[in-house]
Ligand binder design. Sequence first.
Ligand code: NAG
Ligand code: NAG
Ligand code: NAG
Length: 618
Amino acid sequence: MNKLFSLVLWYSAISLTHATLITDIQGTTFLSPLAGQTVSDVTGVVTAKGDEGFYISGTPSSDVRVSNGLFIFTESTSILDKVAVGDMVSVSGVVTEFASTSDPEESDIKGTEIDDPTVVVQSSGHTVAPIVIGTGNRIPPTQALSALDVGPQGWLSVPNNVSQVDKVNPTLVPADYGMDFWSSLEGQLVTVTSPVSVAFPDSFAEFWVVGDWPVTGLNSRGGLSITLGPDGIPDANPEAVIIGDPLDGTTNPVVSLGVTLSDITGVVQYQFGFYYILPLTAPKVLTTPPDTVPPTNITADITDICIVTFGDYNVDNFSPTDPQLPVVANQIVTHLLTPDIIFLQEIQDNDGPTDDGVVSSNVTLSNLISAIASLSGVTYDFVVIDPVNDEDGGETGGNIRQAYLYRSEKINLVPGSPAGTATEAISVSSSSGVPKLSLNPGRIDPSNAAWVDSRKPLAAEWQTNGGATLFTVNLHLESKDGSSSTQGNARPPVNSPVAKRTSQVELVADFVQSILDIDSDANILVAGDCNEYLETATVFASLTDIMFELDVLTDVPPVERYTYVFDQNSEQLDHAFVSTALSNRETAIQHIHVNNWMANINDRASDHDPTVGKIRLC
Ligand SMILES: *[C@@H]1O[C@H](CO)[C@@H](O)[C@H](O)[C@H]1NC(C)=O
Ligand SMILES: *[C@@H]1O[C@H](CO)[C@@H](O)[C@H](O)[C@H]1NC(C)=O
Ligand SMILES: *[C@@H]1O[C@H](CO)[C@@H](O)[C@H](O)[C@H]1NC(C)=O
């Protein structure tokens, strides 16, 4: 008590000599109210030191919005050499809002720091207790990132980038918004107890964790899935935080989904699009969950003329000589259990990424089929339409495209229509009240502007040996490249190119509707990599108006709906939609986490997990 009283007196004395408090610099908003001003006698205890400066902690505020931590930017070795953790220092310099990148796609907000400092060490041997997140009042919110994420889908609302944090500079509401929560701790020393990683590391060995605090969207593996919150607004998983490069030069461990780690103490720093914790030293891995993945329990008798099992798998820039080829073949056999028909995406041409005009993928597909056959005795056939060279996006020269593998002893293309070319548009006509495709297989409206530099959907009509028919569309919608970071300046974050993806879905929905117009009872299955979560509802509206997404239809627990892990989120980019006729019969779907449950990111055969489903045609 006595000690605290004297501390208060001591700080009051400093303020009489025009000292500036760290809390005055940090304020209650994202940007410093003193930005651009020269300040003097900013005092605090050094909590952490790196190559580019050090962090100090001053007298705390009773207002949780106001941080009492601050970064002092300097690369001067003479300053860095004289300053040690535990020193009480007095700093003068310029309050600066610094963006770690000028790349507009990174859409950084700025971090508050003191630049051009002069530093006086006043005394040594002080200690600062870190703020333990998850106790007392410092518990991160679990739903929203920012008050600026307005719209019915919160952070996934369209339009996005309707405002920017640095223009509005909102007053922090740490209890409600994740960015505000982490901003209210900017520059502070914090501890995360019992961290669990919720993703693989990025290429800089940085990784996302949640600590010992309440979370929502937790899946059975320990990751955080994108789900809808209690208010129906998509949950942005703001309770996860990214752990950056350790300040002492140690190297972060190899982590994966569900790995538990030793406690992490570090400083909160905004950089490269996110609020980071920069650990004082690298944590240690305590436990790694087993990477044994059970095979699917979705199977069907190959002689059953009504039930069809299907696989759906984005095999990630798959070329004929790819080391991942035998791994994918083994997954199809041992985990997907050789389904009757497989929707593949990202099949490359016969010489992979060599950009020499080759577009055929028959060697790529034949190599995969041979590898599956030698493991299982099951010999698939394939259906594909070669794209026009370099017209469909993806890795340069790879000419990625969708293809089907199918088991001809069970199911075959309906004969009587020629196979389409890359540029021919498929159409549907009525043959005595039965929908008939002009091309089989064929591509949907390939010259439409929505498909420029993107994969055209591959449509086909099939029949089982018993004569039951099925229309399919194999999709690979435009990727999210160019999107801004979830904790970036643009609010809601830029979802690139959401208008184009929406148009792509609309063209697929138009095609499906043209079949339903002739036969409202038609069996139709649309599946593939949509590069979008169902929670971005506007993108899928045209399709979900007329079809049923299988995870929703079959009540897969929302937290288990994921095929991809990116930043802090386990998310579902790969979807299957069925027509009303199919929805009224037996259906099933399972995502098989053969890739995203690996212990090491390099052990994945693809960045996507495959899916197995089942439908009943008759
Ligand atoms: C968001 O909009 C602002 C204002 O129009 C613009 O300056 C900025 O580049 C946009 N951000 C991104 C990431 O597109
Ligand atoms: C298959 O496994 C899922 C869990 O992944 C379970 O919900 C479902 O009931 C199982 N189905 C069968 C037919 O065993
Ligand atoms: C691929 O197609 C070419 C041209 O039709 C043919 O000569 C070759 O034998 C095919 N290769 C395989 C493995 O099917």
